[in-house]
Write a protein that binds this ligand. Structure first.
Ligand code: SF4
Length: 487
């Protein structure tokens, strides 16, 4: 497929729309005022200005058909978002050819709720927000509903946010084995075990250094989040060392949420759960991804369904009052029936948080090297079922994000029982609070409202992190500079 651009440079945006209809394809692009193209399949996207008018049109040649869509606007009719107009024309032409109607319309950005939150803060009401989503972006009513209700759940949390508060992210980029869909920076224990003692030592130094700096800057610790990788790949004693360092370095008296992603059930032991509970953790994730053995095998998760149930039961026994479970719609070997069974069974356990992801096939994932049969999974039907069951069971959506290359162009939604919404998940998705990151593969996000956002990157891999630690710590001076400039 060739994309021919004439009088515009909206390559990125138009490719985003093309991918909605033609996934897993590479597009060529050329600049030319002629729609002639040797490629049998092409899109010609043109913007042509005269003294008083702007003509925009697309000509799509795809699957043996040729469809043209155009729009003429007067220049004095106010600002026209040309990029959005061309995107919508392309969307309509491809919908006509393929019969596909992507539900998020041309909203290809990853944070639809951020946009809704911005409109709310500008004083827009529900009708206006729905109109914008439907008319400007061609979103379906169902997606307007989910984006709007998510924003409303977030509103009360965001309204009370203290500008001097921050969250601490602790990265443990190690896993027992690698799942086939994974694109995270995570090392298997077999290859990375020898790096761990030094990694913990350096990370504790980074924690102490950061705590001193936040004290000087007068910042207040609000939430702590251990992610990865799989934090429970570490032994109980190693987790205890990191958690105690945090407790002894920071003022913990204002911490409202403390999460450890236990993640893979094959790493969870009573000893580890008791250690993290005793050290202040209030929320954990135990993620089966699916309760269908054939699916777990296909994605290379070396745990059984039984191990998931045992871990969940153990966590309840030890006293965790907020447990999150993650599932993924669209995994290989899953069917609508087995997916429904996973949702129903997890719903019976009544976790406080329930995150429904849609499979995203990233370049770095092993799954990306296999056949693309998985793209044909009826993911939409699966996600709809989860939405229906969870809404009926009293869960409300509290964060939502989209990723590139998601099967069916859907989304990931965090559902929560009322009062159990994870603050950290909202902060990270909406980019509304500073997050100071510790460890390899993590990045600090410095936030100052309304528009200022800066990032400070740690080294990606544990080996680099251990080796170049001092250099990295020097870069953290940027945190001080950010807050000093702010004041
Ligand atoms: S547990 Fe998570 S981070 Fe680890 S390999 Fe699997 S998907 Fe990747």
């Amino acid at each position: 497929m060739t994309l021919i651009l004439s009088g515009n440079d909206y390559k990125y945006e138009l490719e985003g729309v093309l991918k909605l209809f033609i996934p897993a394809t590479l597009f060529n692009h050329v600049y030319s005022d002629s729609f002639y193209c040797e490629d049998d399949e092409s899109v010609f996207a043109r913007v042509r200005e005269t003294k008083n008018t702007v003509l925009m049109y697309v000509i799509c040649r795809y699957k043996g058909r040729c469809v043209r869509k155009g729009l003429l606007v007067r220049k004095n009719e106010g600002d026209t978002d040309r990029e959005l107009c061309l995107s919508k024309l392309l969307y309509k032409a491809l919908s006509e050819i393929t019969g596909i109607v992507p539900k998020w319309g041309v909203l290809t950005g990853i944070r639809p709720v951020k946009r809704v939150n911005r409109w709310l803060s500008e004083g827009c009401g529900k009708d206006e927000i729905y109109n914008r989503l439907r008319n400007d972006y061609l979103c379906s009513k169902e997606k307007c509903d989910i984006a709007y209700s998510t924003a409303m759940t977030q509103k009360q949390i965001l309204d009370g946010l203290d500008k001097k508060s921050f969250s601490l992210y602790v990265s443990i980029p190690f896993c027992p084995t690698r799942c086939s869909y994974c694109s995270f920076i995570s090392q298997t224990l077999d290859s990375g075990r020898k790096l761990i003692p030094e990694y913990i030592d350096k990370m504790c130094r980074e924690i102490r250094y950061t705590a001193l700096m936040t004290k000087e800057l007068g910042l207040t610790l609000d939430t702590v989040y251990f992610g990865g990788g799989t934090p429970t790949s570490f032994e109980a004693e190693q987790l205890g060392t990191i958690m105690k360092t945090i407790e002894h370095s920071f003022d913990m008296s204002n911490v409202r949420e403390y999460t450890v992603e236990a993640g893979r059930p094959d790493t969870i032991t009573e000893d580890k759960l008791r250690t993290i509970r005793a050290n202040g953790c209030t929320r954990i994730s135990i993620n089966p991804q699916s309760l269908e053995p054939a699916v777990l095998e296909a994605i290379g998760r070396s745990h059984s369904v039984r191990q998931f149930y045992d871990s969940f039961e153990l966590a309840r026994k030890i006293g965790f009052e907020c447990i999150n479970t993650d599932v993924i719609a669209g995994l290989p070997n899953d069917t609508p029936e087995t997916f429904r069974n996973t949702i129903d069974k997890l719903n019976e356990l009544s976790p406080e948080n329930f995150t429904v992801h849609t499979l995203s096939i990233k370049r770095a994932a092993v799954l990306n090297r296999g056949d693309k049969e998985v793209l044909k999974n009826p993911t939409d039907e699966m996600v709809e079922y989860a939405t229906e069951v969870l809404s009926r069971s009293g869960y409300q959506p509290y964060y939502l994000y989209r990723q590139k290359n998601m099967v069916g162009n859907l989304e990931n939604i965090g559902w929560s029982k009322k009062g159990f919404e994870s603050l950290y998940n909202i902060y990270i998705m909406e980019e509304v609070q500073t997050i100071l990151a510790m460890g390899a593969g993590a990045s600090t996000k410095l936030v100052d409202h309304p528009e200022r956002l800066e990032r400070v990157f740690n080294y990606k891999f544990p080996l680099e992190y251990n080796k170049h630690f001092d250099l990295m710590i020097e870069r953290k001076q940027q945190i001080k500079d950010f807050y000093t400039e702010q004041s």
